[in-house]
Write a protein that binds this ligand. Structure first.
Ligand code: DC
Length: 218
């Protein structure tokens, strides 16, 4: 029997993670945070002080990476048995993830790890190329975005709430640089699938986005 799949793609900070997790929970489906796979690879590279110009070494590490995911209320990720959850959200991790994600060989090595999440009763897959490359046959696809200014404002608020010093104009610049890297790369760039529902969450609450996404499924 085909496994139902809902893909949620979009730029960083659009709310994909929160929406995907809550929708997966409501539906009782599995959840794939594909960004965390790229981020875990980034952590492995940072730990081993790998030169980001050394493509052969990056690919070797990607091929040998062993990850475990536990998704209860929060996602817990282990890299070779070590809990790396607290490092996943760091700006430095996201930046390296976005750089190595542009390498076609890295993407093809990590492809199967993402497909392995496809299990009954269903999957919510969150990322950049879920509806275009990893699960092109998904029955339900969403492209969730928000303006760069709004995404930066949300990130700024999150950091300040955590007691971390932040600068809004630097965050906007970082977000714009990340968007450019993710959209302009040759392999699996961030683009909307032609059969996806477009949602701009700039002026929407999380609940309103979830309602719209669930409306697509029912
Ligand atoms: O969604 P995120 O911010 O956790 O993703 C981190 C980086 O990983 C993102 O900047 C680009 C890369 N990525 C990707 O290329 N393809 C995906 N499906 C998910 C993430």
């Amino acid at each position: 029997m085909t496994v139902p799949v809902l893909t949620i793609d979009g730029p960083s900070g659009a709310g994909k993670g929160t929406v995907s997790r809550l929708v997966a929970k409501k539906l009782g489906w599995h959840y794939l945070d594909s960004g965390s796979i790229y981020r875990s690879l980034a952590i492995a590279l940072l730990q081993q002080l790998v030169d980001l110009a050394d493509e052969a070494e990056i690919i070797k590490i990607a091929q040998n990476i062993v990850l475990e995911f536990e998704c209860n209320d929060d996602l817990i990720v282990k890299l070779h048995g070590e809990n790396i959850t607290s490092q996943l959200g760091l700006e430095s991790t996201g930046k390296v993830a976005s750089i190595v994600a542009a390498l076609p060989a890295v993407r093809s090595v990590l492809l199967q790890k993402q497909k392995d999440f496809l299990k009954q009763p269903g999957l919510v897959a969150d990322g950049r190329d879920m509806g275009t490359v990893v699960f092109p046959d998904a029955q339900n696809k969403v492209f969730l975005t928000a303006s760069a200014a709004e995404r930066a404002r949300r990130r700024y608020k999150q950091l300040i709430e955590k007691g971390i010093d932040a600068n809004l104009s630097n965050i906007i610049k970082e977000i714009e640089a990340r968007d450019r890297r993710d959209m302009e790369r040759e392999t699996a760039p961030l683009v909307m699938a032609s059969d996806a529902l477009y949602i701009d969450s700039s002026d929407m609450s999380i609940d309103a986005v979830i309602e719209e996404v669930l409306g697509l499924i029912h």
